[in-house]
Design a protein. Structure first.
Length: 150
């Protein structure tokens, strides 16, 4: 039987799923198109980030299914739900990094909401998943912000 707090958990997880797909796509775009003196470092960092997101997307979607809900999917559905501003190439290295900071900040905020919804629903497994996502995106933000200090 669903309680009011557990009904919002799948929706919160689906938002993190959509955010993650959007951030993965944007990170991949930056990976393909970044240029300049920091090319090798950023190209490699972006690849690490989008590959990690690809794995996370599957874990999040499977958690939604484990809650007997349905995972959102499709490019248009992900874009509409996430609401993360897209960018197009070419951009400066700093602009790619700044745009990815904004996208990761939005994802981080939504993951915290999902973590709290999991706590309200007494679902420690979903809470643990969101804590691991939060930890990863905090690290990603630290790394991206550090690049801009150079």
């Amino acid at each position: 039987m669903n309680t009011p707090s557990s009904e919002k958990l799948p929706a919160a997880l689906n938002l993190v799923l959509a955010d993650s797909y959007a951030v993965m796509s944007l990170t991949h775009l930056a990976h393909w198109n970044v240029e300049g003196a920091g090319f090798f470092a950023l190209h490699t960092a972006f690849q690490t980030q989008y590959e990690e997101l690809f794995v996370a997307i599957d874990e999040i979607a499977e958690r939604v299914r484990a809650l007997d809900a349905y995972a959102v999917g499709g490019l248009a559905a992900f874009a509409k739900l996430a609401g993360i501003e897209e960018f197009t190439a070419p951009l400066s290295q700093e602009s790619y990094v700044s745009a990815l900071i904004a996208a990761n900040e939005k994802l981080l905020k939504d993951a915290a909401v999902a973590r709290d919804a999991a706590g309200e629903a007494n679902d420690p497994e979903s809470q643990d998943l969101m804590i691991s996502r939060i930890t990863l995106h905090q690290k990603t933000l630290w790394m991206l912000r550090s690049f801009l200090k150079a």
